[in-house]
Design a protein around this ligand. Structure first.
Ligand code: ADP
Ligand code: MG
Length: 231
């Protein structure tokens, strides 16, 4: 694989169910993400967007075709290798999934729990820094209940970025946000791309985000039907 590429899939097919209800969800998905790029995956509900993210995020086993992530082939990788790869990813979901009983800082520290051997003091410093990046340095001790929707989503972004991931996988992260908060989240991810080489693959229906994408992939019924490369 080209070393400028963080991710490549080739001929990726996926099925759900067994026997009579077995149904193909993905057909021949071929995609390439260049280091530092910001790619948007679009498509109607049920078109397969989340399935793609979970496959390339090592959250689901590859059935057919190949996925190469960070120069590692996922097919045939051991569980230990998959765990090591997952540590280099940052996940952001539509629902922010914050722990209601933990402060913003503690929630962001959870993003480092998967990194063995990080002391609490170091994790806290890193969490504060990540919250600073997302503009929440004055909210570090707040509980989620006392944050707005946009602020909670920014905590989730900080949690995804705190481990300095090579690839951020975001599933409709701006769906619950107003226009300004959505733009802030996207701008932040783009800045991470420019400053740290972080690559982003983001699922959205949100037209406001498309202007900022380097590449837009459109899924329909499990197939990539359009590739709009802006370079
Ligand atoms: P999207 O994220 O674009 O809305 P999904 O990737 O969630 O789409 O789903 C793609 C297709 O696969 C849909 O037809 C959906 O019903 C089906 N599907 C997704 N997850 C499962 C599952 N765990 N079991 C059975 N079918 C599933
Ligand atoms: Mg989905």
């Amino acid at each position: 694989m080209d070393h400028d590429n963080i991710l490549e899939t080739n001929g990726l097919n996926h099925w759900f169910g067994a026997g009579e209800v077995r149904k193909q969800a993905l057909f021949d998905i071929n995609l390439t993400l260049k280091r530092g790029s910001f790619t948007v995956l679009m498509g109607p509900s049920g078109s397969g967007k989340t399935t793609v993210l979970t496959l390339v995020g090592c959250l689901r086993a590859v059935q057919e075709g190949s996925v190469t992530l960070l120069d590692r082939q996922l097919n045939g990788a051991t569980e230990a290798e998959l765990v090591a790869l997952r540590r280099r990813l940052g996940f952001i979901f539509q629902a922010h999934n914050l722990h209601e009983s933990l402060t913003a800082t503690q929630n962001v520290m959870m993003g480092l729990q998967v990194h063995r051997g990080v002391s609490d003091a170091k994790a806290q410093t890193a969490a504060r820094h990540a919250l600073d990046l997302v503009g929440l340095s004055d909210r570090v001790s707040y509980l989620p209940a006392n944050l707005s929707g946009g602020q909670k989503q920014r905590v989730a972004v900080a949690r995804a970025l705190v481990g300095n991931p090579a690839l951020v996988l975001a599933d409709e992260p701006t769906a619950a946000l107003d226009k300004d908060s959505a733009a802030e989240v996207v701008d932040l991810l783009k800045r991470m791309g420019a400053e740290r080489g972080t690559t982003t693959l983001l699922v959205t229906h949100d037209n406001r985000i498309l202007d900022r994408a380097d590449c837009i992939l459109t899924l329909e019924d499990g197939r990539i039907v359009r590739v709009d490369d802006r370079h």
